[in-house]
Design a binder for this molecule. Structure first.
Ligand code: NAD
Ligand code: TYD
Length: 384
């Protein structure tokens, strides 16, 4: 690492959360970062273009499953910590094709852990004592909640339902096992749904903003009453920094925004903000574009995070409410149409065509429009 400072190795730092983490890191630190990212469809070096030529930052294109590369990077840069964001992260893609999720999230995490273990074993004294491997995971490993169930705490049983969630659960177990078996100094974070700038427009919030502006349907799976606990991405970044600095080894920390909302409410909020900030030329509301489509198979009904442990032990709580966070997010997408255009490559269009346009997910009806298509009532049961 440059400047005689130890630095950290971030994996998956060209993706949504990883890139926000790297940008956020340099707002409060000069400690160098090496960013290892395979640049899959979800990785976008454009997000980090402001760091070009900055000698605190080095980008390396590569796979977390490439143990030779990892060993070389660890030997060259001698980082004091690894923050592992690299993953396949989209539930719908895991349903269409789980294999990449097994490869990166399970095999990749295993290979990374093994290479890191060899490096850590060779460290001495303070360098060895202070080393950390922070694994970034998800609340989806806990499965789904009924409406009145308490929110997920760190002691909830793992009951993953999608191939994505199962692959993340497996990676969490491997991280845990490397601590218990080999003593590797690990900490794991399980967070709720993130949103904010630079999120790839396959996830609900950016997809709805981008589709709304393009005059396209806003697809709501099933009845739109599924609940997620939304966390603004820079709040997630600050939580990770706290856990890295002071998290207890071998422990897990749940990170959430205390913002449980049904999907339809999220979409209505985005439509209302766009109506105010970028009204439609025809004077109609963006809500006209809401379209109920066939539900996701095995769709988890509700996620909610009990984030009291991280607040109690590390003094972290989110700075943003959903109202402040979503306003910032919508404003960012309006101001950064160029970034959105860049990521809407051929690969993006192919995904949209496969997932929304192949007949399986045909729209069931458009709310607020009359016509030949039947309107699906929000309380209607969807076939899975
Ligand atoms: P993302 O899909 O936007 O980015 C993932 C990044 O990892 C991409 O840059 C991609 O190129 C890279 N990558 C993929 N496979 C790789 C490999 N084999 N080697 C190296 N790099 C590889 O994901 P995200 O939303 O930024 O999520 C980051 C992490 O946070 C993931 O581990 C995810 O499971 C977790 N998480 C995300 C959310 C969320 O709401 N986005 C919520 C909870 C947990
Ligand atoms: P998503 O952003 O894919 O995150 P996750 O599945 O990890 O929670 O989806 C968030 C919620 O929005 C989830 O309940 C599925 C729903 N959803 C839609 O209703 N329509 C869509 O087009 C997408 C992408 C998601």
């Amino acid at each position: 690492m440059s400047q005689n400072k130890q630095g950290i190795l971030v994996t998956g730092g060209a993706g949504f959360i990883g890139a926000n983490f790297v940008l956020d890191w340099f707002r409060s630190s000069d400690e160098p970062v090496v960013n290892l990212d395979l640049l899959t469809y979800a990785g976008n070096p454009q997000t980090l273009v402001s760091l070009e030529g900055d000698d605190r930052y080095r980008f390396v294109k590569g796979d977390i499953a490439d143990t030779t590369l990892i060993a070389r990077l660890l030997g060259e840069h001698e980082p004091r910590a690894i923050v592992n964001f690299a993953a396949e992260s989209h539930v719908d893609r895991s349903i269409h094709g789980p294999e990449d999720f097994i490869q990166t999230n399970i095999v990749g995490t295993f290979r990374l852990l093994d290479a890191v273990r060899a490096y850590w074993t060779g460290l001495k004294g303070e360098a060895k004592d202070n080393f950390r491997f922070l694994h970034v995971s998800t609340d989806e490993v806990y499965g789904t909640l009924a409406p009145d169930d308490p929110a997920f705490s760190e002691t909830n049983q793992y009951l993953p339902n999608s191939p994505y969630a199962a692959s993340k659960a497996a990676s969490d177990h491997l991280v845990r096992a490397y601590h218990h078996t080999y003593g590797l100094p690990v900490v794991t974070t399980n967070c709720s749904n993130n949103y904010g700038p630079y999120q790839f427009p396959e996830k609900l919030i950016p997809l709805v903003i981008v589709n709304a502006l393009a005059g396209k349907p806003l697809p709501i799976y099933g009845d739109g009453q599924q609940v997620r606990d939304w966390l603004y991405v820079t709040d997630h970044c600050s939580a990770i920094r706290e856990v890295l600095a002071a998290g207890q080894l071998g422990e897990t920390y749940n990170i959430g925004g205390w913002n449980e909302k049904p999907n339809i409410e999220i979409v209505n909020t985005i439509c209302a903000l766009l109506d105010k900030l970028r009204p439609r030329a025809d004077g109609a509301g963006y809500g006209e574009q809401i379209t109920y489509v066939t539900d996701r198979p095995g769709h988890d009904r509700r996620y909610a995070i009990d984030a009291r442990r991280i607040e109690r032990e590390l003094g972290w709580k989110p700075a943003e409410t959903f109202e402040t966070g979503i306003e910032k997010t919508v404003a960012w997408y309006l101001d950064n149409a160029g970034w959105v255009e860049d990521v809407q490559s051929g690969a993006y269009r192919a995904w949209v065509e496969k997932h929304y346009g192949d007949g399986r997910d045909k729209p069931k009806g458009i709310r607020g429009r009359s016509g030949s298509r039947s309107v699906v009532r929000p309380d209607a049961k969807e076939a899975v």
